[in-house]
Design a protein around this ligand. Structure first.
Ligand SMILES: O=P(O)(O)OC[C@H]1O[C@H](OP(=O)(O)OP(=O)(O)O)[C@H](O)[C@@H]1O
Ligand SMILES: Nc1ncnc2[nH]cnc12
Length: 215
């Protein structure tokens, strides 16, 4: 009984997501309203984690399941309507790379809806096995990222996702790791883009953010 119901709901879901390929999810007005709602859910903290940083906390948006669904739906709609049509006919996204740690909140959900793999980029020392490494500077510190060397096939089409781009140092390092593995980053996607910090200029592919905020 349960099995029948869950299979039919999976088919319904697939049908629902297939429809993204045919039409945009929202009109411009609906889109603006969704983005305003999303923005209203973020919390802002001056001087966290260091003096001079205006910290945008996206976690409150995850407390409301409808806001989370809206956020994921907008990403998936953008990917089906803008990212995938730029590929050669029949092209697809093979892998969604998410950045430690807040990129892990959205990466696996987006990957699941695209039928793609999810691969984490983690801070150094967290991943077992052979890893590629890249050091980087971000808005409030320096760090080293790693990716498992066998996690992405050469030539794979990749998108990189994270909660936020500020200076772009973290996303750039993730792109370097994708390159080291011989794969191609098609696009970088963020919930929040720091509109005053010009992080996207550092990247080797276009950046898309749902909400632009001065940080
Ligand atoms: O554009 P940048 O200046 O590089 O900054 C952006 C990065 O900073 C934050 O991560 P953080 O390293 O604080 O890790 P966390 O997700 O574990 O909190 C954020 O989640 C991005 O990954
Ligand atoms: N201002 C900021 N708010 C939240 N996360 C960040 N990561 C880097 N800069 C940030």
């Amino acid at each position: 009984m349960h099995r029948t119901r869950s299979v039919s709901s999976i088919f319904d879901l697939i049908h629902h997501f297939e429809s993204f390929k045919m039409s945009n999810y929202t009109t411009a007005d609906e889109n603006a309203a969704d983005i305003a709602l999303l923005k209203s859910k973020f919390a802002f903290h001056q001087d966290f984690p260091k003096k001079g940083i205006y910290f945008c906390d996206v976690f409150p948006a995850f407390r409301d399941p409808l806001t989370l669904e809206l956020l994921i739906t907008h990403f998936v709609s953008h990917i089906f309507n803008v990212t995938i049509p730029k590929l050669a006919k029949g092209g697809k996204i093979d892998t969604v790379v998410g950045l430690d740690a807040r990129g892990f909140l959205i990466g696996p959900i987006i990957a699941s809806r695209l039928g793609a793999a999810f691969v984490p980029v983690r801070k150094a020392g967290k991943l077992p096995g052979k890893c590629a490494k890249a050091s980087y500077a971000k808005e409030y510190g320096e760090d080293v990222f790693e990716i498992q060397s066998d996690s992405i096939a050469k030539g794979a089409n990749v998108i990189v996702v994270d909660d936020l781009i500020a200076t772009g140092g973290s996303a750039k390092a993730a792109g370097e790791l994708v390159q080291q593995l011989g794969a191609k980053t098609l696009e970088y996607l963020f919930i929040v883009g720091g509109s005053n910090l010009n992080g996207a200029a550092k990247l080797d592919a276009p950046a898309y953010s749902l909400v632009d905020i001065e940080l």
